[in-house]
Design a protein around this ligand. Structure first.
Ligand SMILES: Nc1ncnc2c1ncn2[C@@H]1O[C@H](COP(=O)(O)OP(=O)(O)OP(=O)(O)O)[C@@H](O)[C@H]1O
Length: 231
């Protein structure tokens, strides 16, 4: 179980998250929803220790990680696929994937076994630079890089944003498989309610840095969507 208890988070003097509490059971899939600027990305960054400061507690299993540096959180099994993907364009596809392996508990630098099955294109093009890939392929590469850390928990920030529609469903299906077949815990920041409903078992709705509604995905009513997501 990944547990956030009463978490506040800050960039400098900007106080962004206010009293966020969330329980994410092992192998579950939680969608974090909310309008732009409500703190969804900040929640993922806070889990990785990438904001300037936080208070409250974050635990993974029995271990408190809220005070740990980012690399320790990665080594304890949390992998992050950031918004915009952050591929290194001049590194090859292989090098981009292997960057994730620095967080492996055993420190072995290998392309994970799942990559040939999930992303055959990447395997066929390991020596090409990451920068030549399309947006959809870069998203696949960012997921492959995260898997190279052999994580237990995968944080995904709007993974289908800005991607050609024909690739979107393929990426969505891979994310669902990672949860259902590989039993990875997934925390997904998403604007696409249809995908959240298809993939997630639970949701948390954010407004002004707070979780204002949460529950089983069946409780994500059209009324809630309208109230918190309509512009
Ligand atoms: N580095 C930063 N320094 C100061 N304020 C920031 C920083 N990054 C984000 N913010 C502010 O924190 C608030 C929450 O932003 P955040 O990116 O977490 O929202 P979001 O819900 O993920 O939105 P989006 O969908 O646009 O990414 C916003 O008001 C934003 O301006």
């Amino acid at each position: 179980m990944l547990t956030l208890s009463n978490v506040d988070s800050y960039y400098g003097r900007s106080h962004i998250l206010h009293g966020v509490s969330l329980q994410v059971p092992d192998a579950s899939f939680v969608a974090i929803l909310g309008r732009n600027g409500t703190g969804k990305t900040t929640l993922l960054k806070t889990l990785m220790g990438l904001t300037d400061r936080m208070t409250g507690s974050i635990s993974l299993g029995d271990v408190e990680i809220g005070t740990a540096p980012t690399y320790r959180r990665a080594r304890s099994g949390i992998a992050y696929v950031p918004q915009g993907r952050e591929i290194v364009p001049d590194f090859t596809i292989r090098e981009n994937i292997l960057m994730g392996s620095f967080a492996r508990p055993d420190r072995r630098h290998v392309v994970p076994d799942l990559v040939p099955e999930l992303f055959p294109y990447l395997i066929d093009n390991l020596d090409r630079p990451g920068g030549v890939l399309s947006g959809g392929q870069q998203q696949q590469l960012a997921i492959a890089r995260a898997l190279a850390a052999e994580p237990k928990v995968l944080l995904l920030d709007e993974p289908t944003e800005g991607i050609q529609p024909n690739i979107v469903e393929e990426i969505e299906n891979i994310i669902i498989r990672l949860n259902k077949e590989m039993e990875l815990t997934v925390i997904l920041v998403e604007q696409n309610v249809a995908f959240a409903r298809r993939a997630a078992q639970r949701f948390a709705m954010m407004e002004k840095g707070q979780v204002v509604a949460s529950g089983g995905i069946g409780e994500l009513t059209d009324e809630l969507v309208h109230r918190h997501l309509a512009v």
